[in-house]
Write a protein that binds this ligand. Sequence first.
Ligand code: SAH
Length: 269
Amino acid sequence: MYVKPKKKLGQHFLTSEKIAQQIAESIDFPVEEGKKAGCIEIGPGTGILTKFLMQDSRLDLSVIEIDNESVEFLVATYPSLMIEKRIVEGDFLRLDLRKQFPGGFPIVCGNFPYNISSQIFFRILEYKDEVRQVVCMIQREVAQRITNHEGTKEYGILSVFLQAYYDIEYLFGVDETVFNPPPKVKSAVIRLKRNNVKQLDCDEKLFRTIVKMSFNQRRKMLRNSLSQYLTGSADEERFLTMRPEQLSVADFVALTKSISANSNAATSA
Ligand code: SAH
């Protein structure tokens, strides 16, 4: 049985068992003796990574795969996963994960479909109260964008959102030669560990709006891109001539706080 890689599903199958093993071994999650932690693998394909995740006795593994042909391959190759109903055929971006995995899913792992990796991260953010750790392979530029901090040109919306709730490490780079077919881009493996921020110390909805608006015009100073929100208060002054890539997560929180405090003051006056 052979699964022909489909471009529209972002299928680039890893051919190196060694790298698959390295990815699986990068999960660094405390599990009590005798217990198991729920782990979802996104996009198992033909299961090269699945094999090593299944061998890890700390993990209660389930996989989500959108491609029917890959699912058939997995069912034939890993009957034990199938019998326990742990092979879910579906779209990670649409499934109701809480309903699907009532036992929890603190760990998310995978060699992600690169064409939708940003959407996968936005989805993970929706489940940030459940997902404690992510170990994944993605396009190298996206990995850099997500891991980089303020002051770098790769820093962007996803960096701010993810870094607000996760501590992120760039683990290692992977060349295109170990995939079938080789992707046009280089790859990298990163690990995200949930930090202890339950909620940001500001209006989170406004925070998201402010971050998005700032980066949508990333070359402009904030006094221009955020003009409709700024209140003219003294707390905002130090940000006015800055560009979004210069603000840390804490700066965006401070700016959001100041905007909501002062606009509330203005409405109630
Ligand atoms: N883990 C495998 C395959 C990686 S390629 C390996 O390393 O070889 C990415 C995989 O994600 C493909 O199998 C593709 O079918 C699957 N995929 C693409 N979009 C998906 C989605 N929305 N939900 C779940 N799986 C998806």
